[in-house]
Design a binder for this molecule. Structure first.
Ligand code: UD1
Length: 416
């Protein structure tokens, strides 16, 4: 069984280049379906989720190629909207392909998305909005079958700013007749990047980054070359690792504004933060301060995708911290492993109370989800002795090579 082996105790120091964003690249790969011809995405991360998305696009009929510095998706061949269970099994859900497939093919059939390891993740907001855009949705044992006689713009009012639903509606709306307005839309930076990409293809989208996105439908999109934004969660993970190990790390080629919510928490914990051009430097204090109460929230709140990494840092703080997970029901799965390593953490429903100042000791632990896996690696860096993190495949869903990156910063880490 593969695992990540970490010899803890070395502070991280130095500069690290940050890979392209997973959460921007995946909807962009889906968006390629909307243009006839070959689209090139530069800075597309070499991660499992991207490989799996390319596999599904291939199964739909696209020709895809992964090069060292870019990915190409050619949608000229005949395409199918039938996504089988076998094709979709590699990814949690093919839901993010719905809007784009409907825009291109007016039809898509996908297996049930189902729950995943961080929570239930329903799709009701996606479906209600697509129905308002003249999509007929039939559910059966096999999954969801969606068909339209022509997408029509509509005003959709989300009960919650779902990232995935915002992306799906945007992708359905760009080639729809008339105008679509999304009220209570998600404001995540990855949504802005998706809209900039679509506008460069010829779409007419306004208001991205605000709670109200307006999409005027256009007749066609052209294929282009585009550079995916850097990954703010990967950058946040390495900066949190610097804070946790008493280090001094500069993340290079990052969107400094996008990292704001994470940097605010690190600053409250006593870290020095230096912003310069597209670089962020985090300098750990001699002793981390506790965080009074961190609530995970949609952007520009503190990201749920950074919650596990910060929890690990807070085990080293002098005092008690509280984290409230407000987005996903099941995102404290690393806690039993942290207890095994010597942490003192209590859970009450969606609230974790971390009594800091407990040194961690190395042992065998297992990743249960992508960000939780990265957080366990940080715990290994902080711990005395050797830590083995099992199921590195979870981590590889979102990190190109966490061992390569952390070794570059002085960590004693390798995959065994
Ligand atoms: C979420 C995160 C995103 C992160 C991604 C991967 C937020 C707001 N979203 O995006 O930043 O990158 O996970 O970890 O932080 N929901 C419904 N019905 C729906 C859709 C969503 O009830 O149809 C609920 C979900 O159960 C969840 C919340 O809305 O509690 C946020 O979900 P959503 O933003 O859609 O999640 P992702 O797009 O997966």
């Amino acid at each position: 069984m593969a695992c990540v082996s970490i010899q803890g105790g070395s502070p991280l120091n130095g500069e690290i280049h940050i890979q392209g964003s997973k959460n921007a690249a995946l909807p962009m790969l889906a968006a390629c379906l909307l243009a006839h011809g070959e689209t090139k995405l530069y800075n597309c991360p070499h991660i499992r989720d991207v490989y799996n998305m390319l596999k599904i696009l291939e199964a739909m009929g696209c020709h895809t190629q992964m090069h060292p510095d870019h990915v190409t998706v050619d949608t000229s061949p005949a395409l199918t909207g039938e996504i089988s269970e076998a094709d979709a099994s590699a990814m949690r859900s093919s839901v993010m392909l719905m809007g784009a497939a409907l825009g291109r093919l007016h039809y898509v059939s996908i297996p049930w998305p189902g729950g995943c390891c961080i929570g239930k993740r329903p799709v009701d907001i996606h479906l209600k909005a697509l129905e308002a855009m003249n999509v007929c949705i039939r559910s059966s044992d096999r999954g969801l079958e969606c068909q339209t006689t022509g997408l029509r713009g509509s005003t959709v009012d989300f009960p919650y700013p779902s990232v995935g639903a915002t992306e799906n509606v945007i992708l359905a709306a760009v080639l729809a007749e008339d105008t679509t307005v999304i009220r209570h839309a998600a404001k995540e930076p990855e949504i802005i990047d998706l809209c900039l990409f679509l506008n460069a293809m010829g779409a007419d989208i306004h208001g991205m980054g605000t709670g109200c996105i307006i999409i005027h439908g256009v007749k066609r999109l052209r294929s282009i070359a585009y550079r995916v934004m850097p990954d703010r969660i990967v950058a946040g993970t390495y900066l949190a690792a610097a804070a946790a190990t008493g280090g001094d790390v500069t993340a290079v080629d990052v969107g400094t504004r996008d990292l704001g919510p994470t940097l605010d928490v690190l600053a409250d914990m006593g870290c020095g933060i230096v912003l310069k051009n597209r670089q962020v430097r985090v300098i750990a204090p001699p002793l981390l301060l506790p965080a009074e109460c961190i609530h995970t929230q949609p952007f520009p709140g503190f990201p749920t995708d950074m919650q596990s990494q910060l929890m690990v840092c807070l085990t080293a703080a002098r005092g008690t911290s509280v984290i409230c997970e407000e987005i996903f029901e099941d995102r404290f799965k690393i806690v039993p492993w942290l207890l095994k390593m010597g942490a003192d953490i209590g859970i009450e429903q969606n609230k974790a109370v971390i009594r800091g100042g407990t040194p961690l000791h190395g042992c065998a632990v297992e990743a249960c989800d992508l960000r939780g896996g990265a957080a366990l690696v940080i715990a290994g860096l902080m711990a005395e002795g050797n830590t083995l993190v099992g199921r590195p495949d979870y981590i590889e869903r979102g990190y190109e090579d966490i061992c390569r990156d952390l070794s570059q910063l002085g960590a004693k880490i390798c995959k065994v």
